[in-house]
Design a protein around this ligand. Structure first.
Ligand code: FPP
Length: 230
């Protein structure tokens, strides 16, 4: 498993809560607890990188009430998060647009990055205020500006250039993408990067996605024959 990059769309927190007639906030809280718990499994399985979708740019369309609940929750779990990252030697990084997040959250994410930057174990990428289409568009704009200022020629534009620009804050393409809750869509997550990623859709909602379910997904991946078009 050592070299694996696993990406996860942690979906179904609200439905989990509503199905149990519980407040939505509890669904998100259970979701955050689940993430902290599964970090142990990721480390135990010696996964190299884990990218989790915590908040998309489109999620800003949710009610202000839900947004503040999620951001307060992120603040609330942050100290447990840091402790866990220290205990497990996890290096945490953010992908997405920090400027869109409330200042307290972006500040906390930067603090976590700073505190864990020398860690040598699992690389954990937290996608927050993230949009894949926005990232691709930004990279294209940068390329256009470089062509306009003659730092680049049109013939320099290649897949590997875009790949390099999109990976500047991130890492190699995921081997495996897991989406929980039975939804079979990608929701603007790592669209460029997952060109040849194996995709595992799981019926369980994120708060119910346990260590065994994570290991089942890894086992499923091991049985896949990756052909990259060959
Ligand atoms: C998807 O379920 C979940 C989210 C949009 C938020 C994910 C956040 C966490 C797991 C907790 C905090 C994260 C960190 C990094 C501490 P949903 O709300 O879309 O549920 P639904 O699909 O049932 O509507």
């Amino acid at each position: 498993m050592t070299d694996m990059h696993v990406a996860v769309i942690m979906d179904g927190n609200r439905r989990w809560a509503r199905n149990k007639s519980l407040p939505v906030s509890l669904g998100h809280k259970k979701g955050a607890d689940r993430l902290l718990e599964l970090l142990n499994v990721a480390v135990e399985q010696r996964i190299k990188a884990l990218t989790v979708y915590a908040w998309s740019r489109d999620n800003f369309q949710r009610s202000h009430e839900e947004q503040s609940m999620i951001f307060d929750l992120m603040m609330l779990v942050s100290s447990r998060f840091i402790q866990q990252a220290i205990r497990l030697d996890i290096c945490v990084k953010h992908i997405g647009d920090l400027a869109l997040l409330p200042h307290k959250v972006s500040h906390k994410l930067q603090e976590i990055e700073e505190k864990t930057k020398s860690h040598q174990g699992l690389k954990l990428f937290i996608a927050a205020a993230y949009s894949s289409r926005y990232s691709i568009t930004s990279a294209v704009k940068t390329i256009a500006e470089r062509v306009q200022s003659q730092q680049l020629c049109v013939s320099d534009i290649s897949e590997s250039l875009l790949d390099m620009m999109l990976r500047s804050q991130h890492t190699d393409a995921p081997n495996l993408l897991i989406r929980t809750s039975g939804e079979c869509r990608l929701s603007d997550f790592l669209l460029w990067e997952i060109a040849y990623t194996e995709i595992y859709f799981c019926q369980k909602k994120w708060p119910d996605f346990q260590a065994k379910d994570f290991k089942d997904a890894l086992l499923w991946y091991q049985g896949r024959q990756r052909r990259f078009g060959c």
